[in-house]
Design a protein around this ligand. Structure first.
Ligand code: S3P
Length: 438
């Protein structure tokens, strides 16, 4: 199979109902929680992507049995102290920041050296952000230039901490929650709003966690956990993967789309709020609660007109994985859109603020970009008349998929490299594009 995708035609109007894959954040968390469970946990609709498979590889390496049968994944947890680290081990988080950061919190009570490595993209990302709070619990870290590879030696004598998470990073917050679960006493976290799946799952599992939700931050208190019951879970659909098709509908003409059973956790729906502010009609149908998480069917139709936006920064964290797509919508809207306080976007699988701006420039859209902001000069009549080549983006899955959406929405001749990057988060992406006749 070629690793390059060539697109020469815009997509035709569509009216469809689609099923998108399971949520990545929830899939990874389910594997980690289940590996600590006392007994067998079962999941349906687990996302079968490289990030999740890397997580499964890691828990297997730690002595946990994992089995796939009839569309179910089974994890044979051996209890809260059942992970086996009786000699120095190497953990490979591959491309996954979530796995790399959360696993450090989870393993902080082990005294054998744990070496954490990752692929080229992960090895450029900041790990000091988790090493710092975990050091305060009592772990010892060796890391060069704040990045991987790193070595952690945990402790049997952990001390609880007060942690002020002020980036809006769910990975840092979750790593500290896991460490707090390993620590005698009360760990307190004041966390700028970010996705709260770890908290919701902990609550659902009756773990000793207390959460107070304030407007811009959450207060979390977590105590040592002695037992986790097995967790049978049907993973809801990933909003971040659904986002590609939502935006494809927004940028197409006379199209309608329904996506079933999507996780619409309020801490994840920044994209929806932003699109609504830009003039898109999106409806959540059959809203329900599933094991602490909000789920709904999403209906979206192509708008007649798109307004530009001066995006309020409180929406950043809830849309953090969707900004590349939001930039495309801004490119088609009338007026200048402004997105600020977005330095975190350059900390992802690739420097997405920088590369997102570059893609818009290749399309003929003017941008003014700083280290943490972007102004996008929208053009509702945009016509691209030249060949566009997208490559050298550190195999960032979201850059690849966003480029495909841009090509199908704006037309012209696109050559997009590194198709295999979709395996990180969304192996079925191209299959769904074909279902929509793209
Ligand atoms: C994630 C948190 C976010 C997000 C990532 C998944 C998670 O990262 O970008 O795709 O599952 O906790 P940060 O915590 O770095 O913002």
């Amino acid at each position: 199979m070629s690793n390059i995708t060539v697109i020469k035609k815009k997509i035709k109007p569509f009216k469809k109902k689609i099923f998108v894959s399971g949520d990545k954040s929830l899939s990874i968390r389910w594997v980690l929680f289940s590996s600590l469970g006392s007994g067998i946990s079962r999941a349906k609709n687990l996302l079968m992507s490289e990030d999740v498979l890397a997580t499964i590889q890691v828990v297997k390496k730690l002595g946990i049995r994992v089995k796939f049968k009839n569309n179910y994944c089974y994890i044979y947890g051996k209890g809260i102290n059942g992970l086996n680290v009786n000699k120095k081990i190497i953990i490979n988080a591959k491309n996954s920041g979530t796995l790399g950061r959360l696993i450090l919190g989870l393993l902080i009570n082990n005294t054998k050296p744990i070496k954490l490595i990752g692929d080229k993209s992960l090895s450029k990302r900041d790990f000091k952000r988790v090493a710092d709070p975990l050091t305060r619990f009592g772990a010892t870290f060796k890391l060069k230039k704040n990045t991987l590879p790193l070595e952690m030696i945990g402790s049997k004598n952990l001390k609880p901490i007060y942690y002020n998470e002020d980036r809006g990073s769910a990975q840092c917050k979750s790593a500290v929650i896991f460490a707090g679960m390993r620590t005698e006493g009360k760990t307190f976290i004041k966390a700028k709003k970010s996705r709260d799946h770890t908290e919701l799952l902990s609550k659902y599992l009756n773990l000793p966690i207390k959460i107070k939700n304030k407007k811009y931050y959450d207060l979390i208190e977590i105590k040592k956990v002695n037992k986790i019951k097995p967790l049978n879970y049907k993973i809801p659909t990933d909003l971040s993967s659904s986002a590609f098709f939502i935006v494809l509908t927004v940028l197409s003409e006379n199209s309608e789309l329904t996506i079933k059973n999507v996780n619409v956790n309020p801490s994840r729906i920044g994209l929806i709020t932003i699109l609504r502010k830009m003039g898109v009609r999106i409806i959540f149908k059959n809203q329900r609660l599933y094991k602490g998480e909000k789920v709904a069917n999403i209906f979206v139709s192509s708008p007649k007109k798109l307004r530009s936006i001066n995006c309020p920064t409180y929406l950043n964290s809830g849309a953090i994985d969707e900004f590349l797509l939001i930039f495309l919508v801004a490119a088609k809207s009338s007026g200048v859109s402004y997105f600020k306080n977005l330095a975190e976007l350059n900390q992802k699988e690739s420097p997405r603020l920088k590369l997102g701006s570059k893609i818009l420039n290749l399309m003929g859209i003017k941008t003014i970009t700083t280290k943490n902001s972007i102004k996008i000069f929208g053009n509702p009549k945009l016509k691209i008349n030249k060949k566009i080549i997208i490559k050298n983006f550190l195999k960032d899955h979201r850059i690849f998929m966003t480029s495909v959406i841009a090509a199908l929405s704006f037309g012209s001749h696109w050559v997009i490299h590194d198709k295999k990057s979709i395996n990180t988060s969304f192996p079925k992406f191209m299959k769904i594009i074909r279902e929509l006749n793209g």
